[in-house]
Write a protein that binds this ligand. Structure first.
Ligand SMILES: C=C(O[C@H]1C=CC=C(C(=O)O)[C@@H]1O)C(=O)O
Length: 450
């Protein structure tokens, strides 16, 4: 039974919340040493936030907020605060991610802006050597959580997606490249400095896609990324919008990209050229500035490195900057994510001009792509990534998925190169939906334990 809350009519008011009964217990590390969080996931009502085997997965839904529009973050913050205040919690660990936890995924744009915050019925977590189980039930209902043995048995493995074909989404490649050229003209005319333009791709399989297959594959192939699943949005993002852990705020900003070649020596030379590319450094600087400016009112002792490093992923390399600060105002991770969205890594500079150019040139609704995705706990700790390198499973027809990728456009951008960059960013999810030539098994790939 899920307590689902509809969008409230009062501005910024949160809907009534159920009173939740929450219990976290530590799992015996000897008994559960091999616990693979993603492999426990059920096919329905599953949520995940996992990197290198650590993180959180959720089973079922004890409560959910569906929210839309420009006030989606403010309403979600209120709902979360009310839930956390009224919950009865017994937490024998008391670390970030234990006790009451909600997983969320927010739309990029205000309109229509459909977003969700989900409190699972069961959360399994792992941080270092510690593993825990949290059960959440709605008072006064009986705590009908799934029986524990059923959680630790491996659920039937997901089937490999069959016969997936890909097609252009809103725009063909050529149309999208021409939209990039339009954006460059607008930048040259002085309307704005940077805009991030995205495109979508449709994937259609012969049978409904079990999201757990691509999720396991992408987690295996992109271990440096945060693998996530919230209400049909799945992916592995390399970009941490904000993490809040016991008062320490960190963020990993990415912008500026070069494709990899499968030749290590060549890739090293390309990484060096990326680190010197004035076009990419400019694109990166806007993104870092936007995050630093949005965090500044909430933090003291901010550390913003002067120059980026190069983050190597299997498909691309990015300019990356890790920012850190000390929380000064008691904001929760969810409030910080709301303050940071949309950063110039996914929108542009100045933000309002970039937002309206995106609406004009992309010809699609980004949905929850490029919005914050992650989790928050009752103490306000949490991790919110930017939902990149993702696919949205169609809730009405799960044979269909929409994939998204975007590129930062500045004055020196070349449309054909941006199109190639967008294709490279689609590779992780595309590959995860197509047969792996090295894998002869019919079931989901096992994850390497760190
Ligand atoms: C918007 C995306 O990437 C962002 C993050 C890293 C590098 C980016 C770039 O170089 O354009 C983008 O700012 C995407 O992957 O869809």
């Amino acid at each position: 039974m899920t307590e689902s809350s509809a969008i409230p009519t009062d501005e910024f008011a949160a809907p009534d919340v159920p009173r939740l009964v929450v219990r976290t217990t530590e799992l015996d590390p000897d008994v559960h040493a091999g616990l693979d969080l993603l492999q426990t996931l059920p096919a329905e009502e599953a949520t995940a936030w996992v990197r290198r085997g650590e993180g959180l997965v959720g089973h079922g839904e004890a409560a959910r907020l569906d929210v839309a529009g420009p006030d989606r973050f403010a309403i979600a913050v209120r709902w979360w605060d009310k839930l956390a205040e009224s919950a009865a919690v017994r937490d024998e660990i008391g670390e970030p991610g234990t006790g009451l936890v909600g997983f969320g995924s927010f739309a990029f744009a205000d309109d229509p802006g459909h977003s969700a915050l989900v409190v699972p019925r069961v959360v399994l977590g792992r941080r270092g050597d510690r593993r825990w189980l949290t059960t959440i039930s709605v008072e006064p209902a009986l705590p009908t959580v799934p029986s524990l043995p059923s959680l630790f048995g491996t659920p039937p493995p997901p089937e490999r997606p069959q016969g997936v074909v890909f097609a252009d989404g809103a725009l063909t490649g050529a149309q999208w490249a021409s939209a990039v050229a339009d954006a460059v003209r607008r930048i040259d005319a002085g309307d704005l400095d940077k805009v991030v333009l995205a495109r979508d791709l449709l994937a259609v399989a012969e049978k409904p896609v079990d999201f757990r297959w691509p999720l396991a594959r992408i987690a295996r192939d992109y271990p440096a990324c945060w693998t996530y699943a919230v209400r049909g949005l799945i992916g592995a993002t390399p970009e941490m919008l904000v993490r809040l852990e016991n008062g320490l705020v960190t963020s990993r900003v990415l912008a500026g990209t070069i494709r990899r070649t499968n030749d290590d020596a060549r890739d090293l030379a390309l990484a060096a050229s990326l680190a010197r590319s004035s076009k990419d450094l400019e694109e990166h600087e806007y993104a870092v500035r936007s995050v630093a400016d949005s965090l500044a009112p909430h933090c003291t002792s901010m550390n913003v490195p002067e120059s980026p490093f190069v983050l190597h992923l299997p498909n691309v390399m990015h300019l990356a900057t890790d920012l850190a600060g000390v929380l000064a105002d008691g904001s929760s991770a969810l409030e910080l994510a709301a303050a940071l969205h949309p950063s110039a890594a996914v929108c542009g500079t100045p933000t309002p001009v970039a937002l309206s150019l995106i609406a004009e040139l992309e010809h699609m609704d980004r949905g929850r792509y490029a919005g914050p995705v992650g989790w928050v706990d009752a103490a306000g700790n949490g991790e919110w990534g930017i939902a990149l390198r993702c696919a949205q499973v169609d809730s009405e027809d799960p044979r269909r998925l929409r994939l998204y990728a975007g590129c930062g456009i500045v004055a020196d951008s070349v449309p054909e190169s941006e199109l190639a960059e967008a294709q490279a960013k689609l590779v992780p999810v595309r590959d995860a939906l197509t047969p792996d030539p090295n894998d002869t098994s019919a079931s989901a790939p096992a994850l390497d334990q760190p």
